[in-house]
Design a protein. Structure first.
Length: 184
């Protein structure tokens, strides 16, 4: 059961209603996380604006892979379920692609490097090694793109933390656990 209050629809400020309407139009429903965020319209606006802005910094499958890798690293069941749904329905990712992303990998070597680096950023609290940077650069990422990877990872870290604190009720099917050893 969620630990933070979700405002009743009639109690939402107009600005929050509009944002939730936009989220619902985009996803086909309004996820519980956004309903919870609506209790603080400024936070709702920050999260949705950040998501909108960062949707332009890397390709969709790379962003989905980062979302899954970061959510796995943070043990956020709500975010794993939501990002699995979004990656499947809107990102065209297969079950295998999703499982690989959750362990910081991909069949695409460049995408694997981004997911692995994002997980390393989270697990090291940003204290990545020179080797970590060399690996992501070696996969073909520029410094500007590395900044994008870090920022996208932090975006998902934010929503992971919100949902972990809240223990947000799942409004889509839960996902199974995965073997977190990275395939060779």
């Amino acid at each position: 059961m969620s630990r933070l209050n979700v405002p009743a629809p009639q109690d939402l400020p107009a600005g929050a209603q509009q944002i939730l309407g936009n989220v619902g139009a985009q996803l086909g429903f309004v996820p519980n996380m956004f309903k919870t965020l609506a209790s603080n319209p400024a936070v709702l606006e920050v999260v949705t604006t950040l998501q909108g802005t960062l949707s332009r910094v890397l390709d969709g499958r790379t962003r989905h892979s980062i979302a899954l890798a970061v959510s796995q690293a943070n043990g956020c069941g709500y975010c794993l379920a939501m990002h699995t749904h979004v990656a499947t329905e809107f990102g065209g990712m297969s079950d295998d692609d999703i499982k690989l992303a959750r362990v910081g990998s991909s069949r695409d070597p460049k995408r694997a490097a981004a997911a692995r680096f994002a997980q390393q950023v989270v697990e090291s609290r940003g204290q990545v090694s020179d080797t970590d940077l060399a690996e992501v650069r070696g996969a073909g990422y520029t410094d500007a793109q590395i900044l994008a990877i870090v920022t996208v990872a932090v975006q998902f870290l934010l929503t992971n933390f919100i949902n972990n604190v809240n223990q947000t009720d799942l409004d889509i099917p839960a996902v199974d656990s995965v073997d977190t050893t990275v395939p060779q």
